[in-house]
Design a protein around this ligand. Sequence first.
Ligand code: HEM
Length: 474
Amino acid sequence: MFSESAPTLPGHWLWGNLKDFKRDNLSFIESAARAGDIVRIRFGPMGGTFLNHPDYVCQVLAARSKSFRKPAVVKRALNDILGENIFTSNGAAWKRSRQALQPAFHRRHVDRYAQIMLDCAERELRGWLADSIVDLEAAMIRVTMNIIAKTMFDADLGAYADELTAVFTRLFHLAYKRMATYALIPNWLPTRENREVKRLTAELRNLLRSYIAEWRAGRADNASLLNLVLAPEDGPPKMSDEQLINEAITIIGAGYETTAYTLVFTWLAMMQNPSVVDRVCAEVDEVIGTRALTLADLPAFDYTERVVKEALRLYPSAWGLSRSTLEPVEIAGVSLKRNSMVLVSPWTLGRDPRWFPDPLRFDPDRHLPENAASIPHYAYIPFGGGGRTCLGIRFALMEAVFIIAMIAQRFRLAPVPGSASGPKSVAFTLRPNGPLRVKLSPRNEHANTRFKPNSSRPFLCNTQKGISLCPHFG
Ligand code: HEM
């Protein structure tokens, strides 16, 4: 059956909805969701459809995923930074990447990274002094960047995590700007921003090349993710060094910021719901008391895991997923043209009262097995769905639970007046709507251990041109 019944979201005659999207993408997708479950939208010349019903989302991500691909605009915005990679590629190229990388994310390998996660969190927390004030956003980014660098490359970033993060943040900010303007300015034009992307990307790639050289020289840990891809258990390496560099930048980009902001929003929600903090602290006290956490403790942190899952419902760091149609597709009687864009949003789905009664209430027990059974499958998609589901789910959940539990073991957190109260979205990931500085009140005498500065060698420096990798790695 064919129908034209989908409403059209009003917009500018030339730009369509692009300017509204660029101004405030969360308000934009909320207004699209208010207009219906299937709504026509337009970004400049590109027509598209916003889908806000779990059944339709299932069609796109899973049931008929072969009729969809990652949109060209996402590739145009990212590919001169990432090259061909698992996140933006399609068809056979995506399959090759997924098959080569997936084994490294099997449970038994991810479990081997537990100690790295615990050690990196411990090192971060040694710098947290009782009654001091911590910039939670910076701290969570630092610790997740340290974890991903150590697991991927056996690289000890130490204090230099901040600088590597600055390079990634800048690159992804510039890429997002390209996407939000529909990548109308070609990447090859030597604009100031395009030249900056080129310079930072070249420096980043050189750094990663040096890590691969260290691995080849036998100086990197055999348990690293790099090792699993370059020396797989089932035969010869499935990708070249340059391809691995593409995937490594992608995995770091996909893995550190999403998890860092999940941690930030989990704490924000916890601080706004003191009874949740009480239950997390009670779980921590019961499971580990004041001793060090280990991987074996993880299954016992089921309430803390539900808290993280609930934070991901209300604050999904990946707030929007996009595809384009490879062929004409019909969904709910509405026809989607070939090469048109499709947008779905974990943000609007997770806040829909049809699937989550009283949706703004932070209630981790929604994720108890007996309650979760009544949530439609594709209504809760913070990690996406179907064949392209996030590769790092276990990695991210384990990391988040460890870090929440280790902080809760030592401190109660209270936001400093004027701190962020919720999210804003101006980037690929949700961000808090202001700085999130927290005051630390110790819960026990273990809270106040002094920080020993890390002595890793520097590889990034601040130059007059801004952030740069040190010439040593150039
Ligand atoms: C809480 C943290 C995380 C969230 C919310 C998250 C979310 C997502 C989402 C929604 C997708 C699907 C995108 C789409 O379908 O367009 C995705 C894909 C992906 N994620 Fe994550 N992610 C997280 C952490 C991680 C981590 C820690 C890693 C790796 C260490 C990772 C690696 C990837 C990769 C490689 C893909 C691409 C999969 C493919 O296209 O086959 N993610 N992630």
